[in-house]
Design a protein around this ligand. Structure first.
Ligand code: APR
Length: 311
C-alpha cells in the first residue's frame, strides 16, 4: 500500500508538534511547509534524527515551496499569528485571513483532492474563509475545535476524579471560543454520566474552565498559545480520515440546515472517514443547550459577516 502524504502548513509550535505525532504514529510521509526559510527544513531534519530512537519510518521533509506538497491526502493548516495575552481571537482575524488565502490557494493548486483541516484561529471564521478560498466541497474541509475542547474537558474530569483519562468521554460543541458549549449530560466515565459522580458546582467549574482553557494556557505561557493538545487533537482527526475510521468527533463542519444552522461552519459531532466529514450527527439538545449553541452560532456569524468575503 502506498504511503499517505500529509502536509502541515506552518512549522511553528503547533505545526512542528503535529508533524511529530504524525510521524510517531506512522500515518504517512509528512511535508512541513513554512514561509520562513530554514525552519521547516531544520525541524524536519531534527525529527528525522529522532526516527531511529522512536523507530518510525515516516519521511519528514521541510520546504518553502508548495510544489513539494503535491498530491497530499490530508493538509493541516496551522499557519498564522498566534494569540497573545489580552488579545481576543477576533483581533487575529484580518492578519490570519490574509495568510489563509495564500496558503489555501497554494495547497489546492497542487493537491486538488486533499482533505483540509484548519487549526488557525479564530477557528470557525478561518475555516469558513479557507472554504471560500478553496472552492472545495464542504465535506473536504473542516476545523479543529471539539476534538481539542473535548480532550481538555476530559482531562479536567479525570484529574478531578483521579480516574484514568482513557475512561472519560466528553463532548463540546459550538464555536471554538469562549461561547463553546460543553455538554455535561453527555460526559461520562466508562458510560456513567458525570452528573452521578460530581456535584453540580464542580461540574459547572469544569465547564467554565473548559471554555477558558485556551486562555488559561496563553496566560501562563505569555508569549504564545497552546500546542501539545491542539496538535494531538488535529492528529487524531487526521488519523480518523487517513484510516477511514468513521470516528465520531465534534469538529467545525459545514452545516446545511442541521441543528438549525445553514451555510456556515460550527462545531458539531461528525463522522470522520476517508471522505472527510461523512455525516453530521444530530444529537438531542435540551432547551438550555440549544440556547447556548445558538448563542455561539450567532457569535461566529457576526465575525463572518464582518469578513466581507461573501456568504
Ligand atoms: N505561509 C506559511 N507559513 C506561515 C505564513 C504563511 N503565509 N505566515 C505565518 N506562517 C508560519 C510562521 O512562520 C510560523 O512558523 O506559521 C507558523 C505559526 O507558528 P507559531 O507562531 O508558533 O504559532 P502556533 O503556536 O503554532 O499557532 C498556530 O494555531 O492554535 C492555533 O491560535 C493558533 O492560529 C494559531 C495557529
Amino acid at each position: 500500500m502506498a504511503r499517505k502524504k500529509i502536509t502541515v502548513v506552518g512549522a511553528g509550535h503547533v505545526g512542528a508538534t503535529v508533524a511529530l505525532w504524525l510521524a510517531i504514529k506512522e500515518l504517512g510521509d509528512v511535508v512541513l511547509l513554512d514561509i520562513v526559510e530554514g525552519v521547516p527544513q531544520g525541524k524536519s531534519l531534527d525529527l528525522m534524527e529522532a526516527a531511529p530512537i522512536e523507530e518510525f519510518d515516516s519521511n519528514v521533509t521541510g520546504t518553502n515551496d508548495y510544489k513539494d506538497t503535491a498530491v497530499s491526502d490530508v493538509v493541516i493548516i496551522t499557519a498564522g499569528i498566534p494569540r497573545k495575552p489580552g488579545m481576543s481571537r477576533s483581533d487575529l482575524i484580518n492578519t490570519n485571513v490574509g495568510i489563509l488565502k495564500t496558503v489555501v490557494e497554494g495547497i489546492v493548486k497542487h493537491s486538488p483532492n486533499a482533505i483540509i483541516l484548519v487549526v488557525t484561529n479564530p477557528l470557525d471564521v478561518m475555516v469558513y474563509a479557507a472554504w471560500k478560498f478553496s472552492n472545495l466541497p464542504p465535506n473536504r474541509i473542516m476545523g479543529l475545535s471539539g476534538a481539542l475542547d473535548g480532550s481538555r474537558m476530559r482531562s479536567f474530569i479525570a484529574m478531578e476524579l483521579g480516574v484514568s483519562m482513557e475512561d472519560v468521554h466528553a463532548m463540546v460543541i459550538g464555536g471554538h471560543a469562549d461561547e463553546m458549549v460543553p455538554l455535561k449530560r453527555y460526559a461520562t466515565v466508562s458510560g456513567v454520566p458525570i452528573t452521578q459522580l460530581l456535584s453540580p458546582e464542580r461540574i459547572d467549574a469544569i465547564m467554565a474552565r473548559t471554555k477558558k482553557a485556551g486562555g488559561e494556557i496563553v496566560g501562563l505561557l505569555k508569549t504564545g498559545s497552546a500546542y501539545y493538545a491542539p496538535s494531538a487533537a488535529v492528529a487524531e482527526m487526521a488519523e480518523a480520515i487517513l484510516k477511514d475510521k468513521k470516528r465520531i468527533i465534534p469538529c467545525a463542519a459545514y452545516c446545511d440546515g442541521q441543528y438549525g444552522v445553514k451555510g456556515m461552519f460550527i462545531g458539531v459531532p461528525v463522522m470522520l472517514g476517508a471522505n472527510g466529514v461523512e455525516k453530521i450527527f444530530e444529537i438531542e439538545l435540551d432547551a438550555n443547550e440549544k440556547k447556548e449553541f445558538m448563542g455561539s452560532v450567532a457569535a461566529v456569524k457576526a465575525l463572518i459577516d464582518d469578513l466581507k468575503i461573501g456568504r
